[in-house]
Design a binder for this molecule. Sequence first.
Ligand code: SF4
Length: 292
Amino acid sequence: MNTPFNENALKLAPWSATKLKIATKCPFRAYQAWVAKSKEEWDILPDDSPMIIGIKMHTFMELVLSKFPKDVFPDMVNLNAFGGRMLQVILKDEDLSYKERDAINSLYHGALSTCQRFLSHKIKTKSKSFVELPVGIDKNFQPIDFFDKSVFFRGKIDYMMVTPSGATAIIDTKTGAWPSLKSHTQQLRSYEVLSLHALKNKMRQDYNITLSSFISGLAYIASEEVLWDKVRPLKLVEGSGTQNFVDSLNKVSDLVFEKKVLRGNHCNYCGYKHLCGSRRGKMGKKVQEVRM
Ligand code: SF4
């Protein structure tokens, strides 16, 4: 079977939803980082605390969701006792600053309530659940190990629930700023396509479940909210959903090799500003002149 991905998309593999997002926001920056392999530290934020807090809260939720006893109903009294112990595991890290500890403590209750909703829903709907599930597909949409060197697109699904009738919920957990569904649609859709192709056969073989539909959402733990996208039947994800995924990956890969400058919200901390000439005013003009 011939792969539907173009040469540029294949050159840039392995892909992930984050990589696709970065390339979509600024193909020029992606070119410098992945193709020219410029030494600029493009991905280091001036303050990496938000990232550290996000990773710690993901680990916290992973511990609670995967280790909370299966035979105990997840009411808040039980969960508080259990969650407190998991929180101590997270806070053991001596490298955490006071500011980061404070932030983790302030997110604790939101994260625990989100876990309670997931665990209760799982019991109510008799769903199978998966936490931090690594999935991968090769260039022909065949399932492949996350770490395999031939993996074409891969991702870790924060939380996934599959009901006995095959209704699948994919949840991405956010700890930072209030997320908008619109700015994460591409990421959620790529998780749907990835999960469908990576897990369809496995679900049938291992659990006798035939996947039937997808719904994806963003769990914003600071407010215990889940922002849900629309339910998408399997046929849609398999058909136009997969085609859109291929088209956008091919298109963005071409833009990367064209070194297209698309000013995005990375500009404020991007290490390639002096190369791309995106700055306005005198300095920007100067850079544009040098480039010409
Ligand atoms: S400064 Fe903005 S436009 Fe220029 S490379 Fe960075 S992200 Fe792209």
